[in-house]
Unconditional design. Sequence first.
Length: 331
Amino acid sequence: MYTLSRGVDRDIAIVSSRLTSFWIRLMFTLQPNGLVALQTAHFAVYLTYSHTDVDNGHQPQNIPFPGGAGGTGTLQISRRGVNETLVIKRTRLLRRSAIRRSNEVGILMLFDVNNPGAVDEPWIDAAGWAPVVPDLGVNADNTRFAPSRASFGAFQERFVHEVGLTTNNQGVTELALVLDLQQQPMTAQITGTALAGHTFPTLSLRAEGGGQTPFFLPNSIAVPVRGCVMAAVGAFAQMDADLLLRSWVADAAELTKSLSELIWSPHNVATGHEGRMVRKVGNVHSTDSSDNSLFGDASVVREALYMQANPPAGAAAGAAGQSFHPDPGFI
């Protein structure tokens, strides 16, 4: 469970201590010269309350930002019981949606970030986020496997839950990478890289016992690339690849509808309802299903990087583009 607050330092005020799910997404473009341009950033939270909570006045506090409606402010996520925080700045409430069930009240709020590419201050501050994450390498039956490792900019040799490549006869057209959200997250690194005018961080992959494979080098980009990096936990961890692709062109209403479906589906196990299980990634669980979730275990905060060669003008959302990088032969 997490706590959602507004403001920072001495001006901080708790909005809700019943934050069960959150989602952070940054859209960016990458040019052949390796430079990054930030496009849009969104932030969603899901708060849950029992009727007893509501009757006792434990409802979320308002989020009054400077300037009233349309104003922007700072929100902070903190993990209860440990000293871990994520700070999202210049947020602006786009939509609020609520549902009342027989035994609970659920509230979904979607925010965007005003000018995520502002050079005066990064929109995300992850300096206070440093969870202890187990280094996995054992199946559910206690047999060992050779995990993959990823290095990206400021971090080295992290456990990879999933890496997916789509290729054609020229090279890579799509890349998806899923890790645990730890110190120096990809979201913060890509933001800092763009604001500093530096080239995109180098991504290297290797399978344990094998050599390092320099997979993604900024100076090897052949065509413009559009990218998305996002973090999710709870109900939002059931985000699938189809929704990810549709969200490239979704407005606030469409995005809220899609996120609502993730939360309020009667088959969503992340909110306590019986039904389909989240697809297991990392080969560390005993069962699998056909679900297309990018994030796997809904109880752990994951971070996913998705990149796609920019499709031709006028192409439908999710249309295949050109190859943007030589096939590294990793898979």
